[in-house]
Ligand binder design. Structure first.
Ligand code: SAH
Length: 219
């Protein structure tokens, strides 16, 4: 790995190791998820001025009133996504800075990601190129509509909270596929895992969470 990705001296690797210990303490159990978090630089996804906080277990601003998700939440969502299945084709809504997209790209075969703020998408794409994440297709658009041209998906993961589950995302889910999505208004959001069966959708509540709202239309 080039020095740019190692961060300042060896501190980044040590900080990532420490972060992974914290995530274990918070009951993240998936070794594959912990391993990918350990080996993915988070500091390149945020502004240099915040680099010293890159491996804190907190959300951080990424501009345009948006945030990079807290590492614990990324781990929790990806762990839930992988539980009991090995999805190949995953759709992500809310690329943001691209951190979670990069994590996913190392765990599944193909990642499709949609972002409604073009400037964030442009920067995220540059990072994917720098990290050689070649299995990501990211587009500018409204995630409420999903990406019908590539549906059905084995799993869908949403990083912004709508007031209700968008019907088009449920429709684009494969049978036995899973949707991980925060739902509700600020202050009372719940993270849901919704499994599509032959003839139904089975919902499980995972956690109380705090996400930016999912907005209709493009920015
Ligand atoms: N997973 C990201 C989280 C970014 S925050 C990360 O690790 O950084 C959530 C993102 O969802 C924001 O970038 C926001 O612009 C985007 N978003 C909100 N509503 C959206 C919509 N309807 N379609 C696509 N993206 C949306």
């Amino acid at each position: 790995m080039s020095s740019e990705f190692q961060g300042i001296g060896m501190t980044s690797q040590r900080s990532r190791d420490r972060l992974v210990l914290q995530l274990r303490d918070m009951d993240i159990q998936s070794e594959v998820v912990l391993e990918v978090i350990k080996s993915t630089p988070r500091h390149i996804f945020i502004d240099e001025a915040l680099a010293s906080r890159a491996y804190d277990n907190t959300a951080l601003p990424i501009g345009h009133n948006q945030t990079i998700s807290q590492p614990y939440i990324v781990a929790r969502m990806v762990e839930a996504l992988l539980e009991g299945q090995q999805p190949e084709k995953v759709l992500e809504i809310g690329t943001g800075c691209g951190y979670q997209t990069a994590i996913l790209s190392r765990l599944v075969k193909r990642v499709y990601s949609i972002e409604r703020i073009e400037a964030l998408l442009v920067k995220a794409r540059e990072r994917f190129r720098a990290l050689k994440c070649t299995n990501i297709r990211a587009k500018y658009g409204d995630g409420n509509r999903g990406w019908p041209e590539h549906a059905p998906f084995d799993a869908i993961i949403v990083s912004a909270a709508p007031m209700g589950v968008p019907a088009q995302l449920l429709e684009q889910l494969q049978i036995n596929g899973k949707l991980i999505i925060p739902v509700g208004r600020s202050g009372e959001q719940q993270l849901l895992s919704i499994l599509r069966t032959e003839d139904d959708f089975v919902e499980k509540r995972l956690d109380w969470v705090s996400f930016v709202p999912m907005i209709e239309g493009v920015g």
